[in-house]
Structures are given as structure tokens and as C-alpha cells.
Write a protein that binds this ligand. Structure first.
Ligand SMILES: Nc1ncnc2c1ncn2[C@@H]1O[C@H](COP(=O)(O)OP(=O)(O)OP(=O)(O)O)[C@@H](O)[C@H]1O
Length: 238
């Protein structure tokens, strides 16, 4: 595959927890305005990869680059300033702060004036606008996920890393999150999407990688995934 046009790259990344290897040489890439999904069974290393890219975990070897610039070893806030933002599985919201304050804090990481970005997020998520004064902890699971995505958008990211945005949500909210993902894709956002919900992921993403035991075992276009869904799911325990 042509790799020289990758805007975001993970290059031969190794990560250990103590002596145990969690990632053993993972390489992948995302082009500008592309949506790539990272699939894999529980424990295959997906969250470890996102947390390493975001600066929460140290890597033993390898590199991470955005537009050719290495962000290896940078602190999480510096990674966000470089344009890489993660929407975490646990959503990391400030539970006692209002919806609005959670959003404004998102923008603060990049030192931006937030009014315009805030209006953009409210336009995308009218539910958040209606609930702007409500504490984050009082939102439903789906609304918290919207807030987490909204806060990521406030950082004006170049690439958004999403860690299982549909996990644990009621079906109505899964549909809503799928709609939001599609809208972000149509806006030309660049995204790396970790999903347990393979159907959701393969219907939104352009390309996929399958991780197994800390190694990429399969990669390709999502039409290949759709055509070989059952066999790939069986082989890789998806
Ligand atoms: N803090 C930790 N300390 C030690 N080992 C860990 C730690 N976090 C993860 N691991 C191990 O690293 C491997 C990869 O875990 P990781 O959470 O990245 O997988 P995952 O693909 O995101 O799984 P899931 O789909 O269940 O979230 C697993 O074997 C896991 O047990």
C-alpha cells in the first residue's frame, strides 16, 4: 500500500506493561479526511495504542508522527496542542462542572478563544445547548458521550481518536452516535475509531486494521471487511 501520503502515522510502536508486551511493533496510518477503524478482540491492545499516542503511556520503541513531526514522548496537553485529541472510553469529563464549562476547558488546552467553537458545538449538539448549565454528572450516558466528543472538537483537532464511542449506550444513542460520526466524516474530519461494534465501524470507516495480541494482523478497505465479515470476525474473535 502507498504510505507516503499518511498524515498521521504510528511507526513500529512497542509498549510494555512491566515485562509484558502489550504492543509488539504496531504500524498504521491515516490520511487527511480519512476515517480508519481499529478493530480487535478484548485485550488486543487497542486502548493501549490510543493511550500511547495521546501521551498517557510511554513507548519502548517506535514513533508517532503528525504531518511528519514526531510527538513521541510528549505530555498529553502537548499532544492535544499538536492537533491529536482522544475521546476516551471513560469520557474524562469534569462531573461537577457544567456542560458549558466542560466545553470551554476543552478549548483552553489550545489557548483558543472559545466562543466561535462553542457555537459550532452547540449547533452540532442542540441537546448540549439545552443543557448548558447542567452538571456533566447528571447527563445520560449518550449525552455524556456527546459532551466528550464536543469537548474534543473544542480543541480544533487535526485528528480525533475515538475509543469505543458506542460502548454501553442504549440503541437509540448508538444510532445517534453513528449519525454524529457520519456527520463528522462528511465534514472531512480525520478520525481513528476504535469500536467493538464492528457493523457500526465498517459502515462509517474507509479502511480498517485488525489488532491481535499487540500486532496488526489484517488491514484493508472496509469493502473487504464487509465482504468477509463472518470469516474475519471468526478468525480474530471480533
Ligand atoms: N495497566 C495495565 N497494566 C498491565 N497490563 C495491562 C494494563 N492495561 C492493559 N493491559 C494489558 O495489555 C493488553 C492490551 O490491553 P488493551 O486494554 O489495550 O486492549 P483492548 O484491545 O483495548 O481491549 P478492550 O477491547 O477490552 O478495551 C491486555 O493484555 C491487557 O491485559
Amino acid at each position: 500500500m502507498e504510505t507516503n501520503d499518511f498524515f498521521f502515522r504510528v511507526e513500529d510502536v512497542h509498549v510494555h506493561y512491566g515485562k509484558a508486551a502489550a504492543l509488539s511493533g504496531v504500524s498504521l496510518g491515516v490520511r487527511r479526511s480519512e476515517v480508519v477503524t481499529l478493530l480487535g478482540a478484548n485485550g488486543s491492545g487497542k486502548t493501549t495504542l490510543l493511550n500511547t499516542v495521546s501521551g498517557f503511556l510511554p513507548l519502548t520503541a517506535g514513533d508517532v508522527r503528525i504531518e511528519g513531526r514526531s510527538i513521541r514522548g510528549q505530555a498529553p496537553h502537548a499532544v492535544v496542542r499538536a492537533g491529536v485529541v482522544q475521546v476516551s472510553q471513560y469520557r474524562d469529563l469534569f462531573p461537577q462542572l457544567s456542560v458549558r464549562d466542560n466545553l470551554v476547558l476543552g478549548a483552553a488546552v489550545r489557548g483558543d478563544d472559545s466562543d466561535e467553537a462553542l457555537e459550532g458545538v452547540y449547533a452540532k449538539f442542540p441537546r448540549l445547548k439545552e443543557r448548558h448549565a447542567q452538571k456533566a454528572i447528571t447527563l445520560s450516558g449518550g449525552e455524556q458521550q456527546m459532551l466528550a466528543i464536543g469537548r474534543a472538537l473544542m480543541t480544533r483537532p487535526e485528528i480525533i481518536l475515538l475509543d469505543e464511542p458506542s460502548a454501553g449506550l442504549a440503541p437509540m444513542f448508538v444510532d445517534e452516535i453513528a449519525r454524529i460520526m457520519r456527520e463528522l466524516k462528511d465534514e472531512g474530519r480525520t478520525m481513528l475509531l476504535v469500536e467493538q461494534n464492528m457493523r457500526l465501524a465498517m459502515n462509517i470507516a474507509d479502511r480498517f486494521y485488525i489488532l491481535r495480541d499487540g500486532v496488526v494482523r489484517e488491514e484493508g478497505h472496509c469493502d473487504h471487511l464487509r465482504a468477509n465479515f463472518d470469516a474475519l470476525a471468526r478468525e480474530h474473535y471480533l
